[in-house]
Ligand binder design. Sequence first.
Ligand SMILES: *[C@@H]1O[C@H](CO)[C@@H](O)[C@H](O)[C@H]1NC(C)=O
Length: 433
Amino acid sequence: MAGRREGLLTREKGQSLQVSRIIIAVMIGVLLGCVFALLSPRGFFSSNRYIHSRPIGISDLQIESSACESSERLNALKSDILSVTEKNSELKKQIKSLTEKLRLSEQGKGHAQQQFVMLGEKHKAGPFGTVKGLRTNPTVIPDESVNPRLAKILEKVAISKELIVALANSNVKAMLEVWFSNIKRAGIPNYLVVALDDNIEEFCKSNDVPFYRRDPNEGIDTIAKTGGNHAVSALKFRILREFLQLGYSVLLSDVDIVYLQNPFDYLYRDSDVESMSDGHSNATAYGYNDVFDEPAMGWARYAHTMRIWVYNSGFFYIRPTLPSIELLDRVADRLSHDSKSWDQAVFNEELFFPSRPGKDGLHAAKRTMDIYLFMNSKVLFKTVRKDARLKKLKPVIVHVNYHPDKFARMKAVVDFYVNGKQDALEHFPDGSE
Ligand SMILES: *[C@@H]1O[C@H](CO)[C@@H](O)[C@H](O)[C@H]1NC(C)=O
């Protein structure tokens, strides 16, 4: 008993000793604070500005003022804090732009490093020949709530947030088989079929093809079901929007396309839309100056026009940016209101026509794919198969978009490029007969 009491007493003594020590320490602290503030009212804060992770608030001010009670000092501190806060936001801006630059250079595989990122900041123009405008727009913040089921599928299928996407219903079943067989042979794992009916869903399952079945009673698809033909053609652009909102870049693909190499090894990724062309030569694919002649105008008979063959809306790479999503919305909106419009024409008009009276043009960056790597069937059958040098090049894809006998020509392309049958392309006419 006695021993326990003694123990208690010494503990009480020790506690009171501790309390008085704490009081002394606090007093020393307050004194030191005043001394520091007196000696160097500016230096104290400015030397610590990189340590503050939160902006200094009013409560900090009040503590300082009650300890030292000087309104002059208070004003000096206020201006210090203002400049620290300014410097804080300046730093945050710099970090933000550095992070963006890092992300782009990681993504770009040698291309995006050359880009200049401006992000709305003002710049002085550099010397002659060194200036480049913004072309690689920042991607949107992914929003999973748009379609959680699709988000789960994409997490599994996509690689580096990219994938090939094709829409298919039973009408194109035979071509779909050629399509995914060649994708598999080329060793491309990140592709997905949007199955529009039960038949295609089953077909994908039994062939081990990644698919996403639209729920026909879900949201936008009911528009397509109850709407006419034009509403259905708008569906592609509406479905695509969800992929972009989820933060994925999509290589949209028709099914009349033969894959010979992995297209993701050949993309630039510097534009909102990177598309294959319907052009059949450098000029028609990449643009040229077409002179319109009107002799009646005499001295001014020649009018110069800008021409480019349309982008193929059956094979394009689209990055998840605001201009990309705006493009999809514009196209879907026009298709659902105008039954006579053709989706590829609308796609190109929205992409290329400038702002004009009464209408704002789209501000999207675009890039035309190499016509010999991303080859349409006109280039192949009109030019390449007759040219000894071009025949030796191996395309990344061949799109049989110019010919109605798609299935036979797709097989011939496989025979020529994969099975080495040198005469496989020869018996076809240049065009359809
Ligand atoms: C087309 O452009 C490519 C790439 O710039 C070039 O190598 C090729 O010679 C051009 N072809 C013709 C026919 O001008």
